[in-house]
Design a protein around this ligand. Structure first.
Ligand code: FES
Length: 69
């Protein structure tokens, strides 16, 4: 099951979502979800066209080495 961590990097909050191989999650882009960073459907109550971004983790495991983004 996806988990997330949030850290303060130089005054900016950075959230990292940790996925298991083959997992699919919907990430909130409206910033109104009570389950942020995951979408809880609240965007459907807004007068906006914004919806979640769907992320698919590959079935094979991978390791990101990029820590500078
Ligand atoms: S609740 Fe924010 S995009 Fe769904």
């Amino acid at each position: 099951m996806a988990e997330h961590t949030t850290e303060n990097r130089a005054g900016h909050l950075r959230t990292t979502v940790h996925l298991e191989a083959g997992e699919v999650v919907a990430l909130c882009r409206c910033f109104k979800s009570k389950q942020f960073p995951f979408c809880d459907g609240t965007h459907k109550t807004l007068e906006s066209e914004v919806g979640p971004v769907i992320v698919h983790a590959p079935k094979e495991t991978f390791q990101s080495t990029d820590q500078n983004n």
